[in-house]
Design a protein around this ligand. Sequence first.
Ligand SMILES: O=C(O)CCCC[C@@H]1SC[C@@H]2NC(=O)N[C@@H]21
Length: 187
Amino acid sequence: MTTRDIVLVALFAAIIVVLGLLPPLTLGFIPVPITAQTLGVMLAGCILGARRGAAAVLLVLLLVAIGLPVLSGGRGGLAVFAGPTAGYLVGWFFGAYVCGLIAERFVREDQPELAQFLAFLAASVAGGIAVVYLFGIPWLAYMSGKAFFETALASMVFVPGDLIKAFVAMLAGRAVLAGYPLLPQRA
Ligand SMILES: O=C(O)CCCC[C@@H]1SC[C@@H]2NC(=O)N[C@@H]21
């Protein structure tokens, strides 16, 4: 990693932390909040690509681990990794990575604008939603002692908001690519 990469990773970690200042939306029937921080995960993947995007999330998770209150609602500390949202947090790391991989592979600067939008949207949905849920739901089911399908069904409450975030990440990914490209592009 170059010094520029490190600065970008720190910048996107800061963006994820700042998004955590927006109050979480807690729901009575599931011990996982709706949070704007998942937008930061998608932005990191779409704008920085796989390695640097995942590194930005990892940095945030390290800040959580050392006890800084950087999660929405001012939460932090090692106990979070033994709580009901831990699977989602691990999913953020892999989600940013997969989001970045898809963006790196399918976004091209010389593509038509529509193809770029679609590639960023696919990256955000696959990485920022599917992969995050893939880790989050089984862990939540285990922690709450509920059936997997019941937990998966309850987690669908996050989908509308996460789709809006994926749309915002798509717009931001394309805007940054057009003005100040940072995304590595793979053959
Ligand atoms: O703050 C935490 O401890 C982690 C919160 C995880 C929230 C999950 S991520 C996917 C889904 N989308 C949301 O807005 N909330 C959940």
